[in-house]
Design a binder for this molecule. Structure first.
Ligand SMILES: [Zn+2]
Length: 289
């Protein structure tokens, strides 16, 4: 907001700002994990997205996002501990509204959190949803979009390290055959999130409360689009959770390797109907498809 007499000057300033904002030098550069990081000392806080009272999106067959987030966070915790990140914590939250969101980064700091990873499953804008009947009720679905997304806020305390961890995680997700959805980049209301790294599915989303209030490196992970019927069938399989969890654990080891190099990743990402993908894991890391 600005008074009218200052409008002309402000417009001039805005044009300058716009010119500067488009310059490549303004881009966020990823930074490595903490120097001397030891896996057993890194408190990884796995934030379970949403609450039992406000459970987030509903899947194509009516599953609650919160339940899927909790199941995946607990599997990630097991794999992280097995990989040497023995201080990993699953953080559950109850209640509703903005206060439960704002409490998350404070509690993560109180836990001594060195990395904050918020676990979610994704939906799409209402304009894409259709209706079908599943589990005895009318449900909303869209099969248009599938894949994961990662979000980083440049307003958080540690954006460069956050981006660095998102890069490592994006690489490991690609290596198990996951591909990013691009629907959050669509220029429509509610989306329009610019890519920081398109091949890895990393977006900038400054206003996400759990990220912008975090005192530690912080990333939000959407593990897949649960309003997509085929994607939901894959997401609910234990093999999916285990494979994604191993990818997260491997990304932690890339970011905080300690004394030993990260273990090679071994898992087979399931197809929606239970078979394993036949393609060999994709180990290249910066190619846009
Ligand atoms: Zn969510």
């Amino acid at each position: 907001m600005c008074p009218p007499r200052r409008l002309a000057a402000s417009l001039g300033a805005l044009l300058l700002v716009a010119a500067e904002a488009s310059a490549p030098a303004a881009a966020l550069e990823p930074a490595p994990g903490p120097a001397g990081c030891r896996p057993e000392d890194l408190v990884v806080v796995l934030d379970v997205g949403h609450t039992p009272e406000q459970s987030g999106s509903a899947s194509a067959t009516g599953r609650r996002e919160y339940d899927l987030n909790l199941a995946l966070a607990e599997t990630i915790a097991r794999e992280a501990v097995a990989a040497g990140f023995t201080a990993t914590q699953v953080m559950k939250t109850t209640g509703s509204g903005r206060s439960q969101l704002e409490s998350r980064s404070r509690r993560a700091a109180e836990m001594g959190g060195g990395l904050f990873l918020s676990i979610h499953h994704d939906a799409v804008q209402d304009r894409y949803l259709k209706t079908w009947f599943a589990n005895g009720a009318a449900r909303r679905y869209s099969d248009l979009f599938a894949g994961h997304s990662l979000f980083v806020s440049e307003l958080g305390a540690r954006p460069a390290e956050s981006f660095g961890f998102a890069m490592r995680l994006g690489d490991r997700l690609r290596a198990i055959g996951m591909r990013p959805t691009r629907h959050h980049n669509e220029p429509i209301p509610g989306e329009n999130r610019p890519f920081l790294d398109e091949a890895r599915g990393i977006h900038r989303y400054d206003e996400l409360i759990v990220l912008k209030t975090a005192a530690m490196p912080a990333v939000l992970f959407e593990a897949g689009v649960i309003v997509n019927r085929a994607e939901e069938r894959r997401i609910v399989r234990p093999e999916f959770r285990r494979c994604v969890a191993r990818a997260v654990a491997a990304a932690l080891a890339d970011w905080c390797p300690g004394d030993k190099p990260p273990e090679p990743l071994a898992c087979r990402m399931p197809t929606p109907d239970g078979g394993a993908l036949t393609e060999p894991p994709d180990s290249d890391s910066g190619e846009t498809e």
